[in-house]
Structure formats: C-alpha cells, structure tokens
Design a protein around this ligand. Structure first.
Ligand code: DX5
Ligand code: ZN
Length: 226
C-alpha cells in the first residue's frame, strides 16, 4: 500500500498577525497538515513561535499541527506542546542521540505522533535505529535546506537520503522541508517523499490552492510510476 500524500504549508511564511485566518485559508485550499516551525535561537539562528502560539491557534482549528522542533532541548517541550494541542512532534536527531528513546516514549504517551528530522549534513544512517527500534518514530523529516529560515534554495543532493529511506522503508512517512515548490517537487516525489512542507512557494503564490494541487499531484503520480 502506498503512503498517503500529505501537503503541509509552512506557517512560517504566513502572516503571523493573522495566523488563525491564514490556517483556515490553507485548509480551505486543500492543505492536509499545517507545518509549525518552532525555533529557539540556539539550535538555529532564528526565533519563531513557541507553545503559546500553538495553544492559541489550536482554539481556532482542528487541523493536524505538524510541529517541527528546531530546539536543543526538545524533551522540555513535550508536555507543554501536548497540552497546547500539537499533533505531530518532530525533533532533530543531532541533539537527541543520548535520549531519543525516552523522548519518543513521552511523545507517544502524551498522544502526539513522533518524528525525527535530520539536517542536510547528517548521514541517513543516524535515523535507522529510531525507525527500527521497538518504539519507533512514525516519520522521518529529511531537511532539504539548512534549518532556520524560509525561502532558501532546495538542495538536490539531499535526495539520495530520501531514495535510500524509501527503498528501505516502503511504508514510512518521509517528509521533505525547504525549497519545495512546483519546480522542485518532482525531484522529491520521485525520490519517494510523501509529506511535503512548502512555505514561500505556497504563501508567495497568486493561487496558493493551485500550488497545493501541483504538489499533491506530483506525489500521487510518482507513486503510480514507482
Ligand atoms: C526551515 C523550516 C521550513 C521553512 C520552509 O528551517 O523548517 O519549514 O518554513 O520554507 P520554504 O518552503 O520557504 O523553504
Ligand atoms: Zn520546518
């Protein structure tokens, strides 16, 4: 069975002053998930949203909030984010090597879906134990730019990692994040990605709904041809 396409606009590119209506607009236009970039100014040189914003947004939407934690201490965020109404909790492998098992356990106990992310320079082998363990993560996020900012250029060399993962794990949710849009989606989709994060290409478009459809169609077509 093929994994489902999930299109997740990155709210980092939305108008933060109108977050609730931006979220609603994306869902109306066909988005499956809302990607929420949580940064701490340490793991990445940028500071974005935190738990209070997730809590506020949750009051306005039932949508799946796909939280991507670019923070050095994700364990500290499990309880508050669960309370705030996060759906997915994706942490970075680079900072959790010593305690990912405990982290995954807590994420699941709190009713969220665990995912692991890796930066472009991190070898793919580092996530294998997290996918194959007794208590595995349910998604791998392959960063296709250096984490920290929206609007960067897609790095095609990261596609080797996606291909390797898809070959090894046919039913795993594989997410790509950074520089995805109509001109790069085919590369990611044919490599085997099924969860697509897109910020500037969606929010910067005249017709964001069309971009969402293009992304979805590319994933569906690639699955038919694989
Ligand atoms: C970057 C974030 C991304 C970002 C993607 O660190 O993880 O989610 O918002 O933005 P675009 O699609 O503009 O590259
Ligand atoms: Zn992200």
């Amino acid at each position: 069975m093929a994994v489902e396409p999930k299109i997740a606009p990155s709210m980092l590119s939305s108008d933060f002053a109108n977050l609730a209506s931006e979220a609603e607009r994306m869902i109306q236009l066909g988005a499956d998930w809302l990607h929420m970039d949580i940064m701490d100014g340490h793991f990445v040189p940028n500071l974005t949203i935190g738990t209070p914003v997730i809590e506020s947004l949750r009051k306005h939407t039932k949508a799946y909030l796909d939280c991507h934690l670019m923070v050095t201490n994700p364990l500290d965020y499990v309880e508050p984010l669960a309370k705030a109404g996060a759906s997915g909790f994706t942490f970075h492998v680079e900072v959790t090597k010593e305690y990912w098992q405990q982290l995954v356990n807590q994420i699941k106990t709190k009713g969220m879906r665990p995912g692991v992310a890796l930066k472009p320079g991190t070898p793919i082998e580092e996530v294998y134990p997290l996918v194959e363990g007794e208590n595995p993560v349910e998604m791998v996020l392959v960063m296709t730019v250096e984490p920290g900012f929206g609007g960067q250029k897609f790095m095609p060399e990261t596609m080797d990692k996606v291909r390797t993962l898809r070959k090894k794990y046919p039913t795993l949710d594989i997410e790509v994040d950074g520089g995805l849009g109509p001109s790069t989606i085919d590369l990611a989709a044919s490599a085997g990605a099924n969860c697509i994060v897109a910020g500037s290409s969606v929010f910067g478009a005249k017709e964001p709904g069309e971009v969402i459809s293009i992304l979805r169609k590319s994933v569906a077509d690639a699955q038919l041809n694989s």
